[in-house]
Design a protein around this ligand. Structure first.
Ligand code: ADP
Length: 158
C-alpha cells in the first residue's frame, strides 16, 4: 500500500492546499494530512482547530485522513509508514526554501521521497497569511478558503 503525507502548518487551510490534497490523494492509496504543531511558531488557529477545519474540508475524500504531529516530519512519515511527502510549489520564491527542506529530509531519510506539485495557476498567489490579513480587515475570503474556514475567520475577528 502506498501511503503519502502532506505536511504543513495549514493555519488555516486554503483552496490552494485543497487543490494539492485532491491531486496528491489520487497518487497514493492513503494520504495523511500532517498538521505541524510547532509551539515555537505562533499560529492563529490551535493545532486542534486546524485539524478540525481540515477534517470538515476533506470529509468527502475517502482515502484522506488528518493527524497532527510535533518534531521532525520524516519521523512522522516513518511512524505512519509513508514513503512519499507531497509539497506544493507556488512560485520560484517557494523553491529555494522547499529544496532546502527536501534535500535535508532526503539526507536523513533516503527512503522517503518528496514530490512537488505545482499549484493551479488560479491559486498561485494564495497563502494562509494573505487570507488572515484580508480577514483582519473584515473583507470576505469566501473565494479563497473552504466555507467552514471563512466562518471560523469571521468568528476569530469578531
Ligand atoms: P508551511 O508548511 O511552510 O508552514 P503551509 O502550511 O502554508 O506552509 O503549506 C503547506 C504546503 O502547501 C507547502 O508545500 C506550501 O508550499 C503549499 N501551499 C501553500 N499554499 C499553496 C497554494 N496556494 N497552492 C499550492 N500549494 C500551496
Amino acid at each position: 500500500m502506498r501511503v503519502g503525507i502532506y505536511p504543513g502548518s495549514f493555519d488555516p487551510i486554503t483552496l490552494g492546499h485543497l487543490d494539492i490534497i485532491k491531486r496528491s490523494s489520487k497518487m497514493v492509496d492513503k494520504l495523511i494530512i500532517a498538521v505541524l504543531n510547532n509551539s515555537a511558531k505562533k499560529a492563529m488557529f490551535s493545532a486542534d482547530e486546524r485539524v478540525a477545519l481540515i477534517r470538515e474540508t476533506v470529509k468527502d475524500i475517502p482515502n484522506v485522513s488528518v493527524e497532527q504531529f510535533e518534531g521532525l516530519t520524516v519521523d512522522f512519515a516513518r511512524k505512519v509508514g509513508a514513503n512519499v511527502m507531497f509539497r506544493g510549489l507556488r512560485a520560484v520564491t517557494d523553491f529555494e526554501y522547499e529544496i532546502q527542506i527536501a534535500q535535508t529530509n532526503h539526507a536523513i531519510a533516503p527512503d522517503i521521497d518528496t514530490l512537488f506539485l505545482t499549484t493551479s495557476v488560479k491559486y498561485s498567489f494564495l497563502s494562509s497569511s494573505i487570507v488572515k490579513e484580508i480577514s483582519m480587515y473584515k473583507e470576505s475570503v469566501e473565494q479563497f478558503v473552504p466555507e467552514c474556514v471563512a466562518e471560523a475567520l469571521i468568528k476569530k475577528f469578531k
